[in-house]
Design a protein around this ligand. Structure first.
Ligand SMILES: [Zn+2]
Length: 112
């Protein structure tokens, strides 16, 4: 799953640090090519494998040095929908046919 870390402090934009951050969110997979070349200094983009059954975190806590703690906001790419009903990627639950079918079945059952 692709995500951005908008406004990440420059010292944290080292690829190895981004990997550590990615692993603290989920399982780090790779960096965006442009992020690797530091073309997107304000908003590094990384791909992290996430457990989609769990609610996605909105921020990650980064310890800068030993004392400074920084709350980094995470922005997820919404180009791929995620259905919380059938736990699949590719559509959103508002468009979910399974969910709609089940709602219809429940309605019929209640009516009879
Ligand atoms: Zn669905």
């Amino acid at each position: 799953m692709w995500m951005r870390l908008p406004g990440l402090p420059l010292p944290c934009q080292n690829p190895s640090i981004l990997e550590v951050i990615g692993n603290s969110i989920g399982h780090f997979l790779r960096l965006d090519e442009r992020t690797k070349r530091l073309k997107y200094p304000m908003s590094p983009r990384l791909c992290v494998e996430m457990d989609l059954a769990v609610k996605l975190p909105e921020e990650v806590v980064i310890a800068v040095g030993t004392e400074e703690i920084y709350h980094q906001k995470i922005e997820y790419d919404q180009r791929i929908g995620f259905c919380s009903f059938c736990l699949l990627l590719g559509h959103l639950d508002i468009n979910c046919r399974k969910k709609q079918n089940q709602a219809n079945t429940d309605g019929n059952a209640a009516a009879t």
